[in-house]
Structures are given as C-alpha cells and as structure tokens.
Design a protein around this ligand. Structure first.
Ligand code: NAD
Length: 439
C-alpha cells in the first residue's frame, strides 16, 4: 500500500477540532494547511502536521508560603520531531490553555524547519500568574512541574526554554531539578536539557536579546524591498518585555526612531523618539511603563496608539491582539510579528486588502530558538563561545531563512507570510519522504 493510499484511509481530523472559530490552534493549522496546498504536499504529511504527536497534561501540588497546598495545571505538547528533538518554551500565564499551547507547538515546528535547525516543535506551560508568587513559591512550583514532566523532557528528546512569564532563573531551576532526579553518573552531561539558562549555569552569550536582535536582522534584510531605509524608519511597538525591548534596541541601533510603545498598563509616544535604553532600565526596575516620565512624552489611548503613522509596527505582546478593529486603525507599511500569532486571520485579510505587509513570526522571532540551538551545541561540546561568534551564527542562520522566504514568495507568487510556511512545510515533507513511515 502506498503512503498516499494510506493517507486516504486515515480518519478525518476536522471533527475533533475545537468549535471555537477564534481557536489559536485552528489558526496555526490553517497556515500549515494553506502551505501544504500551495506546495502540493502529500496528504499523509499534512495529516501528521495537523495534530501534535503527544499531549501531556499534569496536575501537581505546591506548598505555598502560608503552609497551604495549591494544585496547579501544567502542559507539555510535543507537536513534531521528524527533524530532531522537540524544542519549545515554557509559559507561566493564568490564561494558558491546551488549545493555545498546541498552536504554539505547531509554530515551533514551523520555525525550526524554516531555520533548518535539527529540532522539532513543542511548547509547555503552567496556568499561574508568576507575579503573584513569592520567589520561593516560584521555585517550588518550577521544581515540582519539572519532576511531574519526568522523562517527557530530556536533552536529546524535548528541550524547554523560557517564554512569557519565565526566565533564565526558572530555566536554571528546571535544569537543576532534572539533574537531581536523573542518573548521578551521567548527570553533568545533561545540562542541555533546557536552554535559556543563566551564563553561570551553562547559558549562551546573547540568548536574552536574541529574539529582538534577530527581528532587527530580518528587517535589515527585507525592508529594502519596500523602499524603507532603517535609519529613516519610524517604528511603534506593542509589548515591551523581552522581545519588545530588545527589538526596540536593535532598531534604535540601526538608526530607526521608536516613536511609540504600549504595554498592558499604558501607551506612550514621543515624536522625536523614545530613549530605549532609559525606558528599558525603567521597566527592568518597575515592571511596566505605567508611570514612566520623559520630556515631550504623551500618553495615548488605545485607538490613538494603533492609528499613529509609522513605517513599521512590531506586535511583541500576546496572541490575537491585532483583530479586525485594530487592523482597520493601523497606519503603517509593514507589520513585523515579534510575538507569536498576534494577527487573527480576519485581521490578516484586512491588512492584505489595505496593502499592509505582514512579516510572519516564524521568521521574525526565530532568533531566540537559533541561539537556544547554539547554547545546546555549546553544552554538548563543553565549550563557551564569545558574543561575536554567537551573533555571527545567528545572523547567518536567520538571513539565509529570510532569503529562502523571499525566493519562495516569487516562486509560488504568494505573500511573504505564506511563503515562510511553504519553505518550512517543504523541508518537513522532504524529511518524511526520505525517512518513510515506520515500520
Ligand atoms: P514578556 O512577558 O517578556 O513581555 C510581554 C509584553 O507584552 C509585556 O511588555 C506586557 O506588558 C505586554 N502585554 C501583555 N498583555 C498586553 C496587553 N493586553 N496589551 C498590551 N501589552 C501587553 O514576553 P516575551 O518573552 O517578550 O514574549 C512576547 C511574545 O513573543 C510571546 O508571544 C512569546 O511567545 C513570543 N516569543 C518570545 C521569545 C523569547 O525569546 N522571549 C521567542 C520567540 C517568541
């Protein structure tokens, strides 16, 4: 029996998808399905990319500082590993859901394939607001979650990293817990079970700023197509966390003017440009931009923020924030997705009609996973590279991917966003064709 005829006998998956039309997983899947159709990908590959391989849900107790015990829900979704070990972040957020984590895992598979990294895609998280936990509670929660994941993570199997609500400290605790619960004799060889660790604990130079820095490199490569010059650019950013602040710093370093920033507390503008280093220092201490002051600074309401005339708008906050209402307000030429899935499909359609180009997250925010891969490689080899070497490898990998996307857009006569998925799907499909399906 051929694989094609096998695929026609597989049960249809449509019936088991969430009915929610705003499902993030349905949104991620539709991009993959569309790319499969454009590239004429075999049905059986499309079916396999349509569902995660493994979905793990755990409930685990944590002792709080007041002596009470609280039960938490955690997830780990392993979407695909045809190219290598599963790879994906851990998110701590009170509104995390199975559907969202599945979508984020799909995007990791696509991102790693587009970047030609030897990794698959996964994602995980815990339903918790980390800001409401003490450092001791956060550590106990992280250690207990890591032990609940058990052998479902591992340095050659599934490798977590930081995402929203987690950081290098959380990764250090995960690594330490994994080492202490696994074979004593080999445990020093297991530090690459997570990436995004602190430098002291085996992290890589440049990991923290890598996502924002990579976004700057992608824009440097692709913006000339739109007759936009980096040193003349006016930029606004939604979100000023890890991705947002480093993307802003990268753009400012290229000579661009960052005219507006919005976080979950406030939107601000300064027509002559915000001092990004100063704002980043402030947010590092205060956690948000609510009370930030500077000469010439003005507070904007939501509609004023989105309607501000700019060349490039960088959404670097959470998913689905650019809905049709916001898409109608946007007054820019390019939307560069710093965060994952910020633009809903309806909004994407409206932006297309309005002639606004969307540069997709699987390209724009891949810098983080690239440097995570470099950290993994350094850990395995027992070496530590300097920042110049890390930056060189990051630039090479992300620019090659950007060029692949540009070529595919011409080849298939599609927009850059669809082209990015086509490049990823083609690579995954080739791997399946070469390897075949076991047994
Ligand atoms: P973060 O928690 O450091 O920052 C999130 C930012 O979004 C904060 O400034 C917050 O104020 C803002 N925000 C949240 N809700 C908002 C709202 N309702 N309105 C306006 N602003 C709001 O997170 P991060 O690590 O910067 O991640 C942001 C996005 O980038 C996520 O989608 C994440 O999955 C993605 N991403 C992160 C990395 C990484 O290396 N950190 C890599 C790839 C993709």
């Amino acid at each position: 029996m051929t694989l094609e005829s096998l695929s026609s006998r597989l049960p249809a998956t449509e019936g088991i998808e969430p009915a929610d039309p705003h499902s993030l997983f349905a949104m991620a899947r539709s991009s993959v399905d569309q790319a499969c159709a454009i590239t004429n990908t075999p049905n059986y590959v499309q079916e396999m990319l349509g569902q995660p391989k493994n979905e793990l849900m755990v409930h685990f107790p944590v002792r709080m500082d007041d002596g009470r015990y609280k039960l938490f829900k955690g997830y780990r979704i392993q979407h695909n590993n045809v190219l290598g070990p599963y790879k994906g972040g851990i998110r701590y957020h009170p509104e995390i859901s199975l559907d969202d984590v599945k979508a984020l895992a799909v995007w990791m598979t696509m991102k790693c394939a587009l970047m030609r990294l030897p990794f698959g895609g996964s994602k995980g998280g815990v339903m918790v607001d980390p800001a409401r936990l003490s450092p001791a509670e956060l550590m106990r929660l992280t250690r207990r979650f890591t032990s609940a994941l058990g052998d479902n993570i591992g340095p050659e199997f599934d490798i977590p990293a930081p995402d929203v609500g987690t950081n290098a400290q959380v990764m250090d605790w995960m690594m330490d817990t994994f080492l202490n619960t696994h074979n004593q004799a080999t445990r020093q060889n297991l530090v690459h079970v997570v990436t995004g660790k602190s430098i002291t604990c085996g992290g890589s130079e440049g990991r923290e700023k890598a996502t924002g820095q990579g976004l700057g490199m992608v824009l440097q490569e692709l913006l000339p197509e739109f007759n936009l010059k980096l040193d003349k650019l006016r930029v606004s950013l939604l979100g000023f966390g890890n991705v947002g602040k480093h993307a802003a710093a990268a753009m400012a370093a290229h000579g661009s003017t960052v005219v507006a920033v919005m976080d979950h507390t406030r939107a601000i503008t300064r027509p002559d440009g915000l001092n990004i280093a100063h704002l980043a220092d402030y947010v590092q201490t205060k956690g948000n931009i609510r009370d930030y002051q500077a000469q010439g600074l003005r507070t904007l309401n939501r509609q004023e923020f989105y309607s501000l005339p700019t060349d490039v708008f960088i959404p670097a906050a959470l998913e689905r924030m650019i809905n049709p209402e916001v898409a109608a307000w946007l007054n820019c030429q390019v939307v560069a997705e710093g965060g994952n899935g910020p633009v809903t499909p309806e909004a994407a359609q409206l932006l297309r009609q309005r002639g606004i180009t969307v540069l997709p997250a699987i390209l724009c925010n891949a810098g983080g996973v690239i440097v995570s891969y470099l950290e993994w490689v350094q850990n395995k080899a027992g070496v530590h590279w300097d920042s110049a070497q890390v930056e060189r490898e990051l630039r090479k990998t992300i620019l090659l991917a950007a060029r692949r996307v540009r070529v595919a857009a011409h080849q298939y006569d599609v927009d850059l966003s669809s082209a990015a998925y086509c490049v990823a799907v083609e690579h995954l499909s080739r791997a399946y064709t070469q390897r075949g399906i076991f047994p």
